[in-house]
Ligand binder design. Sequence first.
Ligand SMILES: Cc1cc2nc3c(=O)[nH]c(=O)nc-3n(C[C@H](O)[C@H](O)[C@H](O)COP(=O)(O)O)c2cc1C
Length: 178
Amino acid sequence: MKQGIVLYRSKYGSTRKYAGWLQEALGYDCEEASGAALRRASAYDTVVFCGAVYASGIKGLALLKKNMRVLRGKRLAVLCVGASPYNEAAFTALRQRHFGGELESVPVYYARGAWDTDAMTAVDRTLCNMLKKSLAKRDPATYEPWMQALMSVQDGKADWTEKGYLAPLIAYCTAAKD
Ligand SMILES: Cc1cc2nc3c(=O)[nH]c(=O)nc-3n(C[C@H](O)[C@H](O)[C@H](O)COP(=O)(O)O)c2cc1C
C-alpha cells in the first residue's frame, strides 16, 4: 500500500498551491481530483482532498462523495480553501452543510486562499462586482466573513496563502494510524 496522495480541485490556483505544499511536506503523490484519480487513490493509506470554496460550496466535494465507496478504511482528511479569514461559526456552518452521512467523521481543515480580479473569468468578475455593489449598500455588520474579505481587497488583488495553515493537517497525516 502506498503512503498517501493529495487530490485537489482549484479554479485559480491557491488550492493547487496548498496541495503542492502538502506534497512537499508529506512526500505524498499529488494530482488533480477526477473520478479516475479517486479510484487510483484506493491504492493509498492516506487521502487528503483539497477543495476551493465557491459560493459556500466546496469544489470537487460531490466527486469525493460519489467515490467514498473506494475510500472506505483509508485515513481521509479534507482541506477547504476560501477567501474568508478563519471563523468558527462560518466553518461550523460549512461543516454541517457539507459533511453529513459518510463524511461525518472526516476531519476538515481550513486555509485562506487568494483573490485576483484580473485572473477571474468574465462571469466570476461580473458576479463579484455585482456582489460588491449590493454589499456596499448594506450594513457591514450583516456581512458574512468572506464578504468582509471581498470588501477589504484593495486594487482587486490579495494573497492570504500561508504554509502555516497546513500545520494541523500535516500533524494529523503524520500521527500514527490507530
Ligand atoms: C464567484 C466566487 C465565489 C466565492 N465564494 C466564496 C465563499 O463562499 N467563501 C469563501 O471563503 N471564499 C469564496 N470565494 C473566494 C475563493 O474561495 C478564493 O479566492 C480561493 O482562493 C479560490 O481557490 P482557487 O484559487 O483554488 O480556485 C469566492 C470566489 C469567487 C470568484
